[in-house]
Design a protein. Structure first.
Length: 201
């Protein structure tokens, strides 16, 4: 039986900053993305994470926010209410960018952890554009990837448990663009990592 040609995957590291735990009642305030690499039948090829990037700051969609969540990003809601991009415009621009950088491949969002960023990203895409360039399930969680390769329980995984050579040398700044680039490097390192070596006495 002839094998069906499978499109390569184009992995896009995404980081968002928000002012609360869930989208709708709370707002995504910034969205950063960086192309991390491509995987095809020949394996994974890392990209320069600074070469293809996307960043927008968005107007809040509600009046509610959690002060502690807002403090993490350091973003100013009043400024964003006046100057932030309209979500419908920003998410349409993001979708166009994803389609452009993933020409000939299937885009896959990757995050650390993916669950929080994906929840906001997917909700905003569907709410403001009516579709997602990643489909409904095109996301990969870096914590799960590491846990599987390392043979560890998922809830035991934090960046501090990872071998130093896997981590990006960039600082985690809670600026969505910076963190998307940092996490693109982490993702590329994880994809190339064979897993822990044999235990030594």
């Amino acid at each position: 039986m002839a094998s069906r040609r499978i499109k390569p995957s184009l992995y896009i590291s995404v980081d968002i900053e928000a002012d609360g735990p869930i989208p709708g009642p709370y707002s995504m305030l910034s969205l950063g993305a960086a192309v991390a690499g491509t995987q095809d039948a020949g394996g994974f090829t890392a990209a320069d994470p600074e070469k293809q990037t996307f960043y927008r700051e968005l107007r809040p969609v509600s009046e509610d926010f959690v002060p502690e969540a807002l403090a993490v990003s350091g973003l100013d809601r009043e400024r964003l209410s006046a100057e932030g991009a309209e979500p419908a415009v920003a998410l349409a621009e993001f979708s166009d960018w994803v389609q452009e950088v993933s020409a000939g491949a299937q885009p896959v969002m990757c995050g650390y952890p993916a669950s929080y960023d994906w929840t906001f990203l997917y909700w905003y895409l569907i709410r403001f554009t009516g579709r997602s360039p990643f489909g409904h399930s095109g996301c990969m969680d870096m914590k799960t990837l590491f846990a599987t390769k390392a043979g560890l329980p998922l809830r035991a995984v934090v960046k501090g448990t990872m071998p130093r050579e896997l981590l990006s040398r960039r600082r985690h700044t809670h600026h969505a663009q910076d963190d998307a680039v940092e996490q693109a490097e982490l993702f590329a390192n994880l994809m190339r990592w064979p897993g822990p070596g044999p235990a030594r006495d």
